[in-house]
Write a protein that binds this ligand. Structure first.
Ligand code: NAG
Length: 225
């Protein structure tokens, strides 16, 4: 008797949980919803085009992901294949990236607001890590060799660094969103347009205002394409 009552209470409580709110991207309600690039309507994601007009090219891109990329000032280049590159990814909750690292290059501390990332090393070695949320801010890190896999949980600040001074590294990452988003911490904080008040940042980072002014004067190059 008590057991069936608890069960009913549990079912009633579960019915109240907003399931969509705990998934990264909403689950599809049809086979696919290829982006209708001509639609003027704004929805969460993109409007679907008529399934009769869909063909294999909507799920394809000649992305040359086997080819090395030129790296930027911090020594990396993220080539992201998301819904902007493949219209068929709309509503499917997944995307892919090739990341190139120069010798001693890094993909600087950043976060994906909408995706967990799983990464594998194809070439070279990577020192990777992420930091848990407040108040603990635990730093979990690892050195990855070719063939190793590591996971960066959704929303957490993470990075990858190639510790080898002579050889480049290459990784492939999958992300649990059609549009994971990326916020590079330094770029967002010191390179915002217009700049955040240096009074605010000096206090937040516990440094002198001139240090903030110097940081804000730097060129914060994007490494995500
Ligand atoms: C990153 O690679 C893309 C090609 O995939 C290239 O267009 C871009 O210029 C590269 N970025 C840098 C900073 O060289």
């Amino acid at each position: 008797m008590a057991t069936s009552y608890s069960f009913l209470v549990l079912v009633a409580l579960l019915a109240l949980v907003p399931w969509q709110a705990i998934a990264s991207d909403p689950s599809p309600l049809q086979d696919f919803c290829v982006v209708d690039k001509k639609s003027p309507v704004f929805v969460n994601g993109f409007v679907c085009k008529n399934p009769k007009d869909v063909n294999a090219d909507d799920f394809f891109k000649e992305a040359n992901l086997d080819k090395p990329r030129v790296t930027n000032k911090v020594g990396s280049n993220v080539t992201l294949i998301n819904v902007m590159q493949i219209a068929g990814l709309n509503t499917l909750g997944i995307s892919l990236a090739r990341i190139d690292y120069a010798p001693l290059g890094q993909n600087p501390p950043h976060t994906h607001p909408r995706a967990t990332e799983i990464l594998t090393v194809l070439e070279g070695t990577l020192y990777v890590g992420f930091v848990t949320s407040n108040p603990d801010n635990n730093f979990l890190s690892k050195v990855l060799n070719k063939g190793d896999v590591f996971v960066f949980p959704v929303g957490l600040i993470h990075f990858q660094f190639n510790p080898n001074p002579h050889k480049p590294a290459v990784a492939i990452a999958a992300l649990s969103s059609q549009n994971p988003g990326a916020i590079t911490i330094a770029n967002a904080v010191f390179g915002s347009k217009p700049p955040i008040s240096d009074d605010v940042l000096a206090k937040a980072f516990q440094v002198e205002k001139k240090t903030i002014d110097w940081l804000q004067a730097q060129f914060w190059e994007n490494n995500h394409y």
